[in-house]
Design a protein around this ligand. Structure first.
Ligand code: ZN
Length: 199
């Protein structure tokens, strides 16, 4: 993953210092191999880091939403729960989440959003933008106005389209290899499944 020019150095440093950003030879969930691995939950397990990242993301979302006022933050479960909650705390608004119900991203648990309320959608990592976009659609079905979306990390290299203006604290382009043409395998370096060893 190569940080893009607008990337802020501080966020990636935070990932490195908490073991959430690893260099080596990894087998990703997709089956592809990569020289880098990112696990947002390892940063967000520290409440003070979660709070700080939430504050930074809240600032960016408020700027994107201007002059409109944000009334509610919504996230896709599970990845968006902690960071979405911290963004809502920083904005001083309520936080709701959507979860899959028969395959469809849905607001359950009695969460309500009134027609005309202004929402932003927050996720930890955007790869294709699919989950964020589904939450945007679920909110719009309830009559909400979705002003913007944000994530801590954008792994799409800035290309993900979620249907509303979007921001991320860090934009990365993921380097991946097919196992049969992986240069790290060719060098005989053992491949590691992330989370399977102490770091
Ligand atoms: Zn490999």
């Amino acid at each position: 993953m190569q940080p893009q020019p607008e990337a802020s150095k501080g966020v990636l440093d935070l990932f490195r210092s908490t073991g959430a950003y690893l260099a080596g030879h990894f087998r990703l969930t997709s089956g592809l191999h990569s020289p880098e691995y990112l696990q947002c939950a390892l940063v967000l397990q520290h409440p003070r880091h979660a709070e700080e990242l939430g504050r930074q993301l809240a600032d960016r979302l408020a700027k994107l939403a201007r002059p409109e006022v944000i009334h509610v933050v919504a996230s896709p479960a599970i990845g968006g729960l902690i960071i979405g909650h911290e963004v809502a705390r920083a904005l001083g608004v309520r936080f709701i989440f959507a979860e899959r119900d028969a395959g469809k991203m849905t607001l359950r648990r009695g969460f309500e959003i009134a027609a005309g309320e202004n929402a932003v959608v927050v996720e930890d990592v955007i790869t294709t933008g699919g989950s964020t976009r589904e939450v945007v659609d679920a909110l719009r079905e309830r009559g909400a106005r979705v002003l913007a979306a944000g994530s801590v990390i954008d792994r799409s290299g800035g290309t993900a389209d979620v249907g509303v203006p979007r921001t991320a604290l860090e934009t990365l382009r993921v380097t991946t290899y097919q196992p049969e043409s992986c240069p790290l395998c060719a060098q005989g370096i053992p491949v590691v499944k992330p989370g399977s060893r102490a770091v």
